[in-house]
Ligand binder design. Sequence first.
Ligand SMILES: [Zn+2]
Length: 50
Amino acid sequence: MLVRNYYHCAECNREWSDVSPVQCDEDCPHCGGRHMSPYKSEDAEKRDDE
Ligand SMILES: [Zn+2]
């Protein structure tokens, strides 16, 4: 099971997403803000083969 987590940084207001086996907090890749919680998560196992 993989989920794509969408994050919004409260420090610098930028957004990013990442695929992870779990829904988890991440550090902001832009400013290094700590422990941002995903505001949205979706199934990342759908394949875009078409
Ligand atoms: Zn940030």
